[in-house]
Design a protein. Sequence first.
Length: 486
Amino acid sequence: MRPVLEITEAGAADLGLIRSVAAGYGVRIAPDLLAVVRRQRAEAVAALADGRLVYGVNTGMGALSSVRLTEQQQRSHQRNLLLARATGGPPWLEASEARAVMAVRLLTFLSGDAAVSAELCQRLADFLNRGLVPAVPRAGAGAAGEIMQLAHAFGPVAGIGRVLGPGGTLVPASQALREHALGEFALGPKEGIALIQGVPGATGLCALRLGEAAALTSLMEGSAALAIVAAQASRDPYRAACARGDDLLAAVLGRLHAAIGDDPSPRSLQAPVSFRVAGPVLTQVVRAAGLLEAAVHRALAGVTDSPAYLDGQFTGTAGFHGIDLAAHCDLLTAAFCHAAEVAAARVHRLLDPAVTGLPAQLAREPGPQAGLTPVHKRAAGEVHAMRRLATATPVGLIETSGGQEDVQSFAWEAAEKLAAALRHARAVTACELLAGYQAAALSGRPPPAGCRALLDWLAGLVGPIDGDRPFGEDLDHLIEAPWPLA
């Protein structure tokens, strides 16, 4: 039995709810919320009855929007919208990611802008509650919005496309609906185009990435603290006075100082720059994450449908463009890329006896043993892979649909780049953690109180490093282990 969360607010901006649904929670829509959806739907259907042109409802789409559809064509049009646009293929989103996309589309439907029926909203809830997960392509879409991915995400509601089965197998949607005692949903006026509009994909993926980013940022702070202690760096750059005018920096420096404590006798007046800038670099990650979170909240609360039913009339909008999400994804990706580069530089410095006073390459027996030099090389490779991610995703427009769609923001792709940056940054952080852990062991100095919990966690995962060994296995353990102190 899945635990169930009640949705009581339209466009709910609780990212925890989205993450819980992604993790497997079911949903229940508050009855008064469904009543609002029914009223909005009734008004919209009445407005359609006067025969006015409404894009994608009684007209074609894109370059064919000048084609007026007959009443007979309109009856099949909404389902047809989900057919040819499903042009993607594997690799597919993970089940948690696809569920996040569905959860966001449901939340935004409940605002009434899309003018869909309460029954369609309930059908999306049924999919989430019964564990039906559509096969949604991870990449390969060049539309102005997310219509290609969303055709895959929501075609199964109408029995179109495929869902993920056990072990990643693919099951025809029509078969999966029968197995769950659900019929193919008959899409009414406006409901097909509503399913492929907006930015629920980028919004849902960003909600998940922000949760991962918060845990990784906490781990990176701890990793930087270990490196600072290992290098016996001057504590001057971490004093509270250095954060004047910047509350976020003050918070980061406060956490770093709590971890590293004071050192009245640093090895040198100034440590290498990679140590001194740890606070501002990590602060930029925190700042960029906050800006992306604000963009996600705007996407959840704002108008992203087109056409949207606003103030009693259908209105064409640009909410599907997603530039807000794309730009702030890129900002956070760049912040993680820089933080990973700085961390990799610290790893290199920790291998140098001139910086730490410890054995060369953090080897127990330098010469016969290679020590952790290969670990730094792993970090260098991860950083190199990250550099190609730190580019502006929306730059590089491609005309499609006969020129009707002549720009894209590629917000979905920006969210994917952020996911890749997080994977690489986690690997670099694992390299720094391993180096800091070994440096602490070789130094023989009692660690600051603020680092003991982290060192205990590392000891449980890695154990003593008495000589050379396949350090990739240790790094895998550090990459995969959940960080309990986030």
